[in-house]
Design a protein around this ligand. Structure first.
Ligand code: FCB
Length: 501
């Protein structure tokens, strides 16, 4: 199993007792001359991450057409308060200011995503120069400030045209994705050296087509599984297209939200529940990508839903398992499961993936999810960094690939002080604890090359709209003014010192 570990523990992170408004008041600054107790390796990438639909806005500018998220967010009842990414935080017009902000924080790398419908509006045919020009300008601005770009090709914004043609449950979407990857790499390969094919294909497949809490909001277990295969295939075909278009020095990755799955007890039924969630939550991606095969137990668990022999064609697994250079891990919270418990409705899932009467776990929809021990973030996600260490060390052991933490961070109810500042000690405590978890993994031998805080800016948090703030930089949604929070100043100091105490 990729990541199933012993029963849930109770060693959660204590709440922060200190806060940091400016670098001068941080504990780190007081010891600035001393090397940090936990130094990270030279060249470690200190980053922050964002995604196109969550920050860009300018939804109808430059020839961009709707993505599935535009359609979904404009459908009544789909997002909190009916909020959309039409304007988001207007990064499309403010990217130079945002890059200057990154430079002030000392980020050495920035992970962003490319909007497919901004580059190739219908998902077919030639690329739109206006779309490419936006990303050329962004990459040039980053280069000017010495910040290394990491571009994600797909962070959930499928062109609506392709959804109308069937979306990810249809094989053609994988082929279209590879074509888009090729066009984009040909145009931007001189400026961008690290490429991520997909962000969290689990969410695209199972929240988009299973539970329906994400765009396009469909609820078919069979289609969710078909989507997962076609996302895998799209990834593999895109790796091939990127290798053909990019210089040999370019690095190719995928970002997976692997679940740190923990059985509630050691009872065999709970262990079986954990195995099933590990199969459809993790190994459905790591199996074909790294071992060239879907796990037998996954195929058995879902055989009543799809005909895998028909879905997976000859040659698909060879495409999907093309070697990549880096594996990106997105981690927020662990996942505690047990066998079904009497009287617990399947809809009362504590899986952290949004409420829906439809399960995002095909073949495992009777598994019960439990809230892990620990303090909760504003998303209701328990804080437990040990899952991050476990995933990094098990990925290192099983696949031996260099790793990046491509997302990690937390939403809290931030309060803007009378002077406009935002003191967010709980976010500082969260990040510190998770950086310590990355350091533990490094000490255990995992080859972790970088950490990307989610997120640079407060932004459109999908179905939650603007209610959940993940940014190190506060955004006033009336004026769009940016104000670095205490956590941003603290992170800047960590980067300057190259580690934490
Ligand atoms: C991840 C997404 C990212 C953001 C964070 C909180 O699943 O990749 O866009 O929503 O969660």
């Amino acid at each position: 199993m990729t990541s199933t570990v012993p029963p849930a523990r109770t060693d959660a992170v204590p709440a922060a007792r200190t806060s940091a408004r400016t670098p001068a008041s941080t504990p780190a600054a007081r010891t600035a001359a001393e090397p940090p107790a936990r130094a990270f390796p030279p060249g470690f990438r200190w980053g922050a991450a964002t995604a196109a639909y969550q920050i860009e806005g300018a939804a109808a500018e430059g020839g961009r057409t709707p993505s599935i998220w535009d359609t979904f967010s404009h459908t009544p009842g789909r997002t909190a308060g009916g909020q959309t990414g039409d304007v988001a935080v207007d990064h499309y017009h403010r990217f130079r200011e945002d890059v200057r902000l990154m430079a002030r924080l000392g980020l050495t790398s920035y992970r962003f995503s490319l909007s497919w419908p901004r580059i190739q509006p219908t998902g077919r045919g030639p690329a739109l120069e206006s779309g490419l020009d936006f990303y050329r300008a962004l990459a040039d601005e980053l280069a000017e400030h010495g910040i290394r770009p990491v571009a994600t090709l797909y962070h959930w914004d499928l062109p609506q045209h392709l959804e109308d043609a069937g979306g990810w449950p249809v094989r053609e979407s994988a082929e279209r994705f590879a074509e888009y990857a090729a066009l984009t790499a040909q145009a931007l390969g001189d400026r961008i050296d690290t490429w991520v094919t997909l962000n969290e294909p689990w969410c695209s497949a199972f929240l988009g087509y299973g539970s329906g809490v994400h765009a396009p909001g469909r609820t078919s277990p069979a289609d969710a599984l078909r989507a997962a295969h076609h996302l895998n295939l799209g990834h593999g075909l895109a790796v091939g297209a990127l290798r053909a278009a990019l210089p040999s020095t370019a690095e190719i990755a995928v970002s997976l939200n692997l679940h740190a799955v923990r059985p509630l007890t050691g009872h065999p039924d709970d262990l079986a529940a954990a195995r099933r969630i590990d199969a459809v939550g993790n190994r459905i991606f790591t199996g074909p990508m790294f071992a060239g095969a879907y796990p037998d137990d996954l195929l058995a668990d879902t055989a009543h839903l799809v005909d895998w022999a028909d879905l997976v064609r000859d040659g698909d697994l060879a495409e999907i398992s093309r070697p990549i250079d880096l594996l990106g891990l997105n981690y927020y919270t662990p996942t505690v499961v047990s066998a079904a418990r009497d009287g617990e409705a399947a809809t009362a899932r504590h899986d952290g993936h949004g409420a829906s009467p439809h399960s995002p776990w095909p073949g495992a929809d009777d598994v019960t999810f439990h809230r892990a021990p620990g303090e909760l973030t504003a998303m209701g996600w328990p804080i437990d960094p040990t899952g991050l260490t476990e995933l990094l060390t098990s990925l290192h052991r099983e696949h031996g690939l260099p790793l990046l933490v491509t997302e990690n961070g937390a939403a809290f109810e931030d309060v803007v002080g009378p002077d406009g500042s935002v003191d967010d000690p709980r976010r500082i405590a969260y990040i510190r604890a998770h950086l310590a978890a990355v350091h533990h993994a490094l000490e255990a031998g995992a080859d972790v090359r970088g950490y990307y805080l989610w997120s640079l800016l407060d932004n459109f948090e999908w179905a939650y709209g603007y209610a959940k703030r993940f940014g190190a930089v506060h955004v006033d949604y009336d004026t769009l003014a940016r104000t670095p929070k205490a956590s941003a100043h603290w992170y800047a100091e960590v980067i300057r010192r190259g580690g934490i105490d």
